[in-house]
Write a protein that binds this ligand. Structure first.
Ligand code: ADP
Length: 383
């Protein structure tokens, strides 16, 4: 039986309030996306920078907040270290290659031991959220420090995040720490927009052919297993590393045939698709149940307008909309009603963003997400 990463074992769910002290300053940004990884060195900053550039190539106005306070590398990757200017009491982000960025490395310019930076890190992030003049943007990507510490917490609570992207490498160990990161976002109901597998295979600089030197597919496997979108994989490409060191992102230089450039372009498109999906779903699902439970043989929900509803679990299981249960092209239901066990029941629930719930079923199925709207539609109202 596969367990969901953040299953509510008490089988109740209490939607939390939308956080964010930075909401006002960030109000003119359409999508705020955290780029996260379980551990360091998986290429999170490289992904943030190249993804930001790829999004500008699609015509979007993009900002990049380097919140990796323990190893801020964005300015180096973008080849700029001029200190930012102040205007009307706000800090102006630096514009480079069409993106607007801010980083601690621009402010401190020191080599003080990382441990000293700890106490100031949270303050600095608050500053980035509230006092940087981000202006009007389509996307703000936030390059988080690896793992799940105070800075990540400040950010997930302080920024009205559209969602999070998780960067991982193919090795199994990276995949397991990825789960911890996912749990962190779940805690504050930030949806996972997708997983990116970096360093997935090696691109030969001579013939452009890919060789799988590590075990491949960990990110994709994790996505499929838990029902998260898979945004794509980026191969190990020496050009990516050189470009990062030279301060000119690979995307700007590479030919259109370059495998890693194509990978980034696809990932950028997939990300756009995901943020738009989350936006639509969040708008459509304004009614968030205050409680979802499994009691007396029914899945029950309590709604903010005092209405209670209940659904036969078999019916709910049958109406699962995931790719395993419904053919994506024809819309035909692949699962047959009589194949569903008569005593199928939920083992737990996991809230997905602010629009739905993922259910872990007793028959081992757990990739389906039910929007709140759907849950209400399928339910029988109790008065
Ligand atoms: P993180 O932000 O996760 O600590 P970085 O983005 O700083 O990781 O990347 C770590 C190192 O790996 C850098 O030297 C970077 O140039 C290199 N790198 C990242 N992704 C790739 C890739 N796909 N191919 C080759 N080198 C990469």
């Amino acid at each position: 039986m596969k367990e969901l990463p953040n299953i509510h074992n008490q089988t109740t769910l209490q939607p939390k309030k939308q956080p964010s002290f930075g909401a006002e300053n960030l109000s003119r940004i359409k999508y705020i996306v955290a780029v996260s990884s379980g551990k360091g060195g998986v290429g999170k900053s490289t992904v943030s920078v190249n993804l930001a550039i790829s999004l500008t190539k699609l015509g979007y106005k993009v900002g990049l907040m380097d919140a990796d306070v323990y190893g801020p590398s964005v300015p180096k990757m973008l080849g700029g270290t001029n200190p930012p200017q102040e205007k009307n009491g706000k800090l102006m982000p630096i514009e480079k290659y069409g993106i607007f960025y801010m980083s601690m490395a621009l402010l401190t310019n020191d080599d003080s031991p990382v441990i000293w930076r700890g106490p100031m890190a949270t303050k600095l992030i608050q500053h980035f959220l509230m006092q940087v003049e981000w202006g009007e943007l389509d996307f703000l990507l936030i390059d988080l420090p690896p793992g799940t510490g105070d800075v990540q917490l400040t950010l997930t609570q302080g920024a009205p995040l559209t969602g999070a992207v998780i960067v991982t490498t193919p090795q199994e160990v990276a995949v397991s720490v990825t789960m911890r990161g996912i749990r962190m976002f779940d805690e504050v109901n930030v949806p996972i927009l997708g997983i990116i597998e970096n360093m997935s295979g090696f691109v030969c600089p001579h013939c452009n052919e890919i060789t799988d030197i590590f075990k491949k597919g960990g990110g994709k496997k994790t996505s499929e297993q838990w029902g998260f979108p898979f945004l794509g994989e980026i191969p190990l490409d020496p050009k990516l590393a050189y470009a990062g060191d030279e301060g000119k992102p690979m995307i700007l230089e590479a030919s259109d045939e370059q495998v890693s450039k194509i990978a980034y372009q696809n990932i950028a498109k997939n990300l756009v698709e995901q943020v738009q999906k989350v936006e639509v779903l969040t708008k459509r699902n304004q009614q968030i149940p205050t409680k979802i439970d499994f009691e007396n043989g029914y899945v029950t929900a309590e709604w903010p307008d005092q209405i209670q509803s209940r659904i036969d679990p078999r019916r709910l299981r049958y109406y699962c909309e995931c790719a395993m249960c419904v053919d994506e092209n024809s819309g035909e239901r692949k699962i047959k009603e009589d194949e569903i066990s008569p005593d199928v029941h939920p083992l737990g629930f996991r809230q997905v963003g602010r629009y739905g719930v993922q259910i872990s079923w007793s028959d081992g199925h757990n990739t389906g997400i039910y929007t709140f709207e759907r849950l209400r539609d399928l339910g029988e109202m109790l008065v």
